[in-house]
Ligand binder design. Structure first.
Ligand SMILES: Nc1nc2c(ncn2[C@@H]2O[C@H](COP(=O)(O)OP(=O)(O)OP(=O)(O)O)[C@@H](O)[C@H]2O)c(=O)[nH]1
Ligand SMILES: [Mg+2]
Ligand SMILES: [Zn+2]
Length: 379
């Protein structure tokens, strides 16, 4: 990634700047963790700097996101400050949570408390798959269920195309396997409320609180009061972002993307093709997907939502092209038909009698109207 930085910025050995990754962002401040500081020639005990964004970046509209690989200049080691001078091209960008360069989603569900709801799990899996990132699945609270229940879920989810890892944050099992899954990745932890996502991060990263207490001191907010996304560094390698628990992720992908979010459908489409290219895998003849597999019902339910979403988008696009938005004094936006200049132009009262004068009035009206339109476009 850093090979993309212009050579004029210098290199760590020339002492001009330092590479790092943005761990947290708030207002116009960024916590940047510098890479391998000793190798870059910086002091070993100052890995994190509170940075601003160079004015030049602001001028070109270059935003800085959590997860961005950045180049920091003019470090003030004693004060723990620096300035971000460059942002490396992003490999991936997520909207919710807003994180750059994430490459892995770890979906956490609980085997019990709250009970595992297969349809909810499908929704989360589809949402995660629709990002295009690698998805893995953890089932927490194995200490609350029998080995038979655990086994049942593993076998069932294998049929779905997943290889779930059953863990217990409370009993810290099986920690080495989990850590190995997270090493070398920027992982977003997602899942419903109460399944143990935050407990998992707290267990894996005891230092997290230490660093957030620094954030708290500098930015005036503690970790548990901030709603901003933050990356935590695993001592064994890798970065983790927690997300607030929510129970009903929206399905906002197209019907075609939805189908590809099911490993079972991918598998079926690899083995055979549907008769129609735009098959929605409902009741079309010659469909290679429709059939007796467990999650086919989930696919049908989610397809209804994906189609509804598609309809909303196309209605919005249509109304944007035929309606114009007018903002009232109260700040509400009303949509009204765009004026068709020719059709709605007010006819001159004197047209019948004085052709020449009418023409003059017409021209005048056109000029005033185009001024009005120009003014509306500016506002
Ligand atoms: N028995 C058991 N309880 C656990 C385990 N892991 C977490 N818990 C408990 O589950 C509850 C919820 O844990 P959290 O870490 O707050 O869950 P979360 O997923 O972050 O929830 P939200 O922040 O609401 O999304 C807490 O009471 C934890 O102590 C586990 O392995 N076994
Ligand atoms: Mg939490
Ligand atoms: Zn089909």
């Amino acid at each position: 990634m850093f090979e993309d930085f212009p050579a004029t910025l210098g290199s760590p050995t020339q002492g001009k700047g330092y590479r790092g990754i943005v761990l947290a962002a708030q207002a116009n401040y960024y916590w940047v963790q510098l890479d391998d500081l000793e190798a870059q020639g910086g002091p070993w005990d100052r890995r994190q700097l509170l940075c601003t964004r160079r004015t030049r970046l602001k001028k070109i509209g270059q935003q800085v996101m959590v997860g961005d690989q950045v180049w920091v200049e003019e470090p003030d080691w004693a004060g723990g400050r620096g300035a971000i001078a460059q942002v490396a091209p992003r490999q991936t960008v997520l909207d919710r949570p807003p994180v750059a360069n994430a490459d892995h989603i770890l979906l956490v569900f609980a085997l019990a408390d709250p009970a595992l709801d297969p349809y909810q799990l499908s929704r989360f899996l589809v949402k995660a798959e629709s990002t295009g990132l690698r998805v893995s699945l953890c089932l927490n609270k194995r200490d609350l269920v029998t080995p038979a229940t655990e086994h049942h879920w593993i076998e069932r989810l294998q049929q779905w195309g997943y290889q779930p890892l059953c863990i217990s944050v409370r009993a810290r099992t099986p920690w080495p396997t989990l850590k190995a899954q997270l090493r070398h990745h920027i992982t977003i932890i997602s899942g419903p409320s109460g399944v143990g996502k935050s407990s998992l991060i707290n267990c894996l990263i005891p230092e997290a609180d230490l660093r957030t207490s620094q954030v708290s001191g500098k930015l005036g907010h503690g970790r548990h009061t901030t709603r901003h996304v933050e990356l935590f560094t695993l001592p064994t390698g890798g970065l983790l972002a927690d997300t607030p628990g929510f129970n009903h992720p929206d399905i906002e992908c197209s019907p075609a993307t939805l189908a590809l979010c099911f490993p079972e459908i991918r598998r079926r489409l690899q083995a055979a093709t549907c008769q129609f290219n735009d098959c929605l895998h409902r009741d079309e003849p010659g469909c290679a997907v429709r059939g007796d597999w467990e999650r086919y019902g989930h696919y049908q339910r989610l397809l209804t939502e994906a189609l509804a979403h598609q309809e909303t988008i196309s209605q919005q696009t249509q109304s944007e092209s035929t309606l114009k938005g007018k903002t009232t004094a109260a700040g509400q936006v009303h949509h009204e038909p765009k004026l068709n200049v020719k059709k709605y132009r007010r006819p001159s009262r004197r047209r019948r009698n004085q052709a020449l004068q009418d023409l003059y009035h017409d021209l005048l009206a056109d000029a005033e109207l185009s001024e009005e339109i120009a003014w509306e476009d500016d506002s």
